[in-house]
Design a protein around this ligand. Structure first.
Ligand SMILES: C[S@@+](CC[C@H](N)C(=O)[O-])C[C@H]1O[C@@H](n2cnc3c(N)ncnc32)[C@H](O)[C@@H]1O
Length: 332
């Protein structure tokens, strides 16, 4: 994608007015606005809002999905597929990552030398910062991606993976992210979509109840689900009984079990790893307040409507993966 001209971090602005802010002791201030900086992180929201469950999720499972911890390349593979290029090509680019969570992608972008601005609505931002550490090419902020604390059109690359489907209106959220892309820059995202297994799995009966529970209660409940179903999944994982090539026991169990089971992604990883992954993913998919689904066609239409060029949309990963470019300004 080429080296950005300027590798300095983008300055924070007041998300309400767009006016500049300056650091005064433990606050960012300007023109009547004042935001605290706590534990080194500017806080542009005072509550986690609907994302509190994610705050809990990433605090408990702070390193479960980090390639640097697992020794696997699951996150790198997904990131590079979505980017459409090796992550090393982000070196020197000003990158905004919205809904950064614990930092499975943040750590790879930072390591590649991108100038990363990581934003999350929940206290996951604290986990992100702890995982990445204090490095020059990284800043973190607790903020709502719909009211971002940066000037419009400041970033070479804006990326949101695993986040837009969890916001009340993915269209509004994607549009807010789009506003941050500089002319000639890129927007990269993914989104849940409709699949047959989503329609037929029984867990959709549980979710309306679990998502209304306080996060800690919901977590205890989903950990209980895993305690019951994980031994069954583990027991039949290599069962060879097949009909027409289909592993019948695994298939039947996955139809009725409300637990997330991603064994096929990393079959050589040990039992404890899979159990922890199931605890994380089961909470993630049963307790999320919003779970919006969009077709590839809907995502493409939205990006085209926003004025994007070079739109690439494919079915992959968690549903739909897309990237596009904001047209460059005509040379004057
Ligand atoms: C499923 S997690 C994905 C985290 C990370 N991108 C990953 O793939 O591991 C979704 C994240 O988006 C954050 N989030 C949800 N709504 C948000 C919003 N309006 N603004 C910023 N972050 C948001 C949540 O707090 C959570 O950390």
């Amino acid at each position: 994608m080429g080296q950005a001209a300027n590798t300095v971090c983008v300055p924070f602005v007041d998300p309400a007015s767009g006016r500049p802010l300056r650091r005064v002791d433990d606050r960012l201030e300007g023109d009547g606005a004042s935001y605290p900086v706590a534990d080194g992180i500017p806080r542009f929201v005072s509550v986690e809002s609907y994302a509190a469950g994610f705050g809990l999720e990433w605090t408990i499972h702070s390193q479960t999905q980090l390639d640097s911890r697992t020794g696997r390349t699951v996150s790198r593979t997904r990131l590079e597929r979505c980017l459409g290029m090796p992550v090393s090509e982000t070196q020197g680019l000003r990158v905004l990552e919205v809904g950064c969570g614990a930092g499975r992608f943040t750590e790879l972008l930072v390591e590649a030398g991108a100038i990363v601005h990581a934003v999350d609505l929940s206290r996951a931002i604290e986990v992100n910062r702890a995982n990445v550490g204090a490095v020059d090419n990284y800043v973190a902020a607790q903020a709502d991606l719909r009211r971002l604390p940066f000037p419009y059109e400041s970033f070479d690359l804006v990326i949101g993976l695993g986040v837009f489907q969890h916001t009340p209106s993915p269209e509004e959220s994607i549009e807010a992210a789009w506003r941050m892309v500089r002319p000639g820059g890129m927007l990269v995202l993914d989104h849940y979509t409709w699949t047959l297994s989503r329609l037929t799995k029984l867990d959709s009966l549980l979710r309306p109840i679990v998502k209304r529970l306080p996060p800690l209660t919901a977590k205890r409940f989903t950990d209980g689900v895993v305690a019951v179903f994980f031994p069954l999944h583990w027991h039949v994982r290599n069962n060879r009984w097949r009909i027409g090539g289909v592993p019948v026991l695994q298939m039947l169990l996955s139809r009725v079990s409300p637990m997330s089971w991603n064994y096929a992604v990393s079959p050589h990883m040990h039992r404890a790893y899979h159990c922890e992954s199931s605890r994380l993913d089961t909470f993630d998919h049963l307790a999320d307040r919003y779970k919006r689904l969009r077709t590839p066609r809907q995502i493409r239409s939205l990006l085209v409507r926003l004025g994007a060029s070079d739109v690439t949309v494919q079915r992959d990963g968690n549903g739909v993966e897309a990237r596009c470019r904001k047209p460059a300004l005509p040379a004057s």
